[in-house]
Design a protein around this ligand. Sequence first.
Ligand SMILES: *[C@@H]1O[C@H](CO)[C@@H](O)[C@H](O)[C@H]1NC(C)=O
Length: 213
Amino acid sequence: MLQACLLILFFLYRTAVGACGFGSFGATINGGGVSGASDLYRNGVGCDTCYQVRCTNSARCSKKGVTVVITDQGSSDRTDFILSKRAFGRMAKTTNAAASLFSLGIVDIEYRRVSCSYPNKNITITIEENSNYLHYLALAILYQQGKKDITAIQLCETNNFVCKVVDRSYGAVWTTTSPPNNDDCDENWVLPHNNIPRHWKVGQIYESRVQVN
Ligand SMILES: *[C@@H]1O[C@H](CO)[C@@H](O)[C@H](O)[C@H]1NC(C)=O
């Protein structure tokens, strides 16, 4: 009988109040409501976190503002966020107000961290393009619900259940150059229901079928 040999991903979470590695996905997340961040990028820990951002000019700006997902690192002119055009426009009360916000380009804002909401999405793992089958595996984690930070990821193989903590390479990308060793798998870890297949492919997207509450 053939024995399955699969990789399992584990995620560890800690509650906490472009560069992220999302590739072309980056622009589509949250209906295009995305942003680059400077300090809030936090060396990549801030990737896939969500903020409610509103501009403070009461004549032009809605109270609700816009909820954005951090997908990139970036700063210019001491800004906290570089919003996508779509997200920037959504802060306005009306189309006319949006036009005048666009003409300003830089506006004063207030923001707070909020839970990310991805209805009907589970955590999704993409195999980054610079991965090299069997030698180098780079993963990006997408669609993480809620308000927690991913602090660690373990890769385990399912035959002998040996695991290895992988390193945050940059942004939301995690990489490993050597096979799993004997690190213990902790019971606080979230276990995906769906494994990465043994013959994983560069550029492929895997649904973990698990979400964080
Ligand atoms: C998310 O995972 C749950 C539990 O495995 C599953 O029932 C659901 O269909 C998944 N949703 C999507 C969109 O894949």
